[in-house]
Each structure stands twice: as C-alpha cells, then as structure tokens.
Design a protein around this ligand. Structure first.
Ligand SMILES: [Zn+2]
Length: 341
C-alpha cells in the first residue's frame, strides 16, 4: 500500500495580495506535513507542464491563448474574483500537469493512491472560460487523459468541495464515460448543481448532484456518501476514481456554512478508499480545490493523507460547534431521480 503526492514550489508563484486563494494555503499545508513527518512516507511525483494536446481535450484553444496573453501582459482578471499574475499561466499548466502525472503514477502501479497538492484550483474552470479562482480544470484534464490516453472507459469524479464544480460538470455533461458526483451548498456560488441536473443525451444519469442547505456536518456527509455515492459507484463500476478535494466545507472556513470537521474529511476519505478498493483496485487520485482557513485546510489535508496511508488521524480543531442538520429530504430526492431506491 503506497500513497503518492504531487507538489512543487512553483505553485506558490500564483498569488495576489489580499485574495483568499493565496500562496499560504499551500505553504502552510506543506509546513504542517513536514512537521508531522508525513512527506518522507509518501511517493513523490513530479509536477511538469501539461502537454498542450492533453489540455486541449478539455479546454478551447482560444481560451488557453487568452490566459497566456493575460499572464504575458503582466496579469489581470478573468472575472471579478479570478486573477492571473505574470506567472499564473505556467503555474496553472503545471497544476494540470501534476494531476496528469499523478493519474499516470497510479495507473502505472507506482502508487495505489495519491493527492495532487496543486493550485490554482480547477473545478469551476469551464472549457471556454476560467472562473471562481480556477484557470484550468485539473480534475477534468486528469479524467480526459485517463480516457483518451490510458485506455480507460469509465472514470468517477467525486467532488466534496463546498461549491458545485460547474466546470467539471459541463466538460462531461453529455458523456457516459465520466460520472460526476458532487455535494455542495445550494443555492450558492456558482448557481448550478440542482439535483435535477442529471446530464443530457448519452450522459443522462451520469451527473449526480447533491445540493445541500447550510449546516450539514460529519454525520450528514457520511450518510450522503454511504447512501448515494456508494451505490452509484457500484452501479457505474469506474476503473479510476478522481476527487475534487475542497476543504471549504470545514466548519471553520470563512466562505462556507457547512459543519464538516477534519475528522469528517478523514471519514469521507475512508469511504472513498473503500469504494475504490471494491470497484477499481484502490485506484484513487485527489486534487486540491478550495479551503480558505489555513489551519482547517492544512489539518484536513493531513487527515486525508493519513487516511489514504491507512494511519490514525488527529484533529486539533475538533468537532463543529453546532450539530449538523439532517439530510433525509435530499437523500430521498437524489435517490428518486437516480433510481437508487
Ligand atoms: Zn470551493
């Protein structure tokens, strides 16, 4: 059993002072992982620039060109909250390339599972436009690569970020080769992700959205994973599971109103691992999305890695201050529309 990680100091070069999606998210995380002496127990996978042919399986060429031009011009904004500086284009190419290399390492048997500790994040990036702090859709590029270049025919993407991964959903909305499962606060940014969004054409039934009111905690999330994700995965039988790992559903996060704890994130990781063991020989690759409280983020990532490695976790931030709200109604809606009853 081995766990890999991807990291490169280049990921600290995409930054804008005062923005919540900042370099300290990864520097604080790496500092904690080093302090806990976790890194030496992991297989290190390099991050390299994503080859253009693989990026273009998800993104439109004119958008990629535009991102390059904005960065080469010294930086700018794609929308009110999505920035580039002079280095951001190359950093984003390296983030996508890091995820691709992690997929390679796992499919080639160099590690059982792993975590790409990359930024900028990716799941809001649409094929033709970056948004929501995201430039290129790292998880989507990883999934497309596994399908187009590694001979796979079914990839599951599970997204436990606070927000709906609208970019990932759009990239695969009409295919039955990628099943996209997302839990997210709703209604909330970016506005998509109602349970009635299930895919179109060949993709009908392959987008599984679990929109949540504020206040869902460890117990509620565990139930959603056990009662919805688990049977969905057993039915789909993916050959690889990718995860958009966002930690902004932690109770201490400034952007969200959810009540997950680091221990809860560990339990979700354990469930993902069990599913992967059952359906795809344990092949599980996570990539970092959101998470904006530095302490909650770094300790939750540590809990995730410790769970992937099969060890004990610790949770210095402790349980949520408020009890989680029940999820009975949404379980019924989602099970109904996806015929899981
Ligand atoms: Zn998020």
């Amino acid at each position: 059993m081995s766990t890999a990680y991807v990291y490169d100091p280049v990921f600290l070069e995409h930054d804008r002072p005062g923005h919540v999606e900042r370099r300290e998210r990864l520097s604080a995380t790496m500092h904690l992982l080093a302090q806990k002496e976790l890194l030496g127990k992991l297989v290190e996978v390099q991050a390299t620039l994503v080859p253009m042919e693989h990026l273009l399986t998800v993104h439109h060429e004119d958008y990629v060109k535009r991102a390059k031009e904005v960065a080469e011009g010294g930086g700018g904004n794609l929308d009110s909250d999505t920035y580039l500086n002079g280095r951001s284009y190359e950093v984003a190419l390296t983030a996508a390339g890091g995820m691709l290399n992690l997929v390679d390492a796992i499919l080639d048997g160099k590690a059982d599972n792993g975590f790409a500790l990359v930024r900028p994040p990716g799941h809001h990036a649409l094929p033709g436009r970056g948004m929501g702090f995201c430039l290129f859709n790292n998880v989507a590029v990883g999934a497309a690569y596994a399908l187009n270049h590694k001979g796979l025919s079914r990839v599951l993407i599970a997204d436990f970020d606070l927000h709906h991964g609208n970019g990932t959903q759009e990239a695969f909305y009409s295919t039955d080769q990628v099943l996209y499962f997302s839990t997210h606060q709703y209604p909330y940014y970016p506005g998509t992700g109602h349970w009635s969004e299930i895919g179109v054409g060949q993709g009908e039934g392959f987008s599984v959205n679990v929109p949540l009111p504020p206040g869902v905690g460890d117990e509620g999330y565990e139930r959603l994973f056990d009662e919805i994700l688990y049977p969905v995965a057993e039915r789909f039988r993916p050959e690889l599971i990718l995860v958009s790992a966002g930690y902004d559903a932690h109770w201490a996060d400034p952007l969200g109103m959810m009540q997950l704890s680091s221990t809860g994130y560990g339990h979700l990781t354990e469930t993902l691992k069990q599913i992967a063991d059952e359906v795809c020989n344990g092949r599980l690759a996570l990539t970092l999305e959101g998470g904006y409280d530095l302490e909650a983020l770094s300790h939750s990532i540590a809990a995730t890695l410790q769970t992937l490695m099969g060890g004990e976790i610790d949770d210095p931030l402790g349980p949520a201050p408020h009890p989680g709200i029940p999820v009975d109604d949404i379980v019924i809606d989602v099970k109904g529309v996806h015929r899981l009853v």
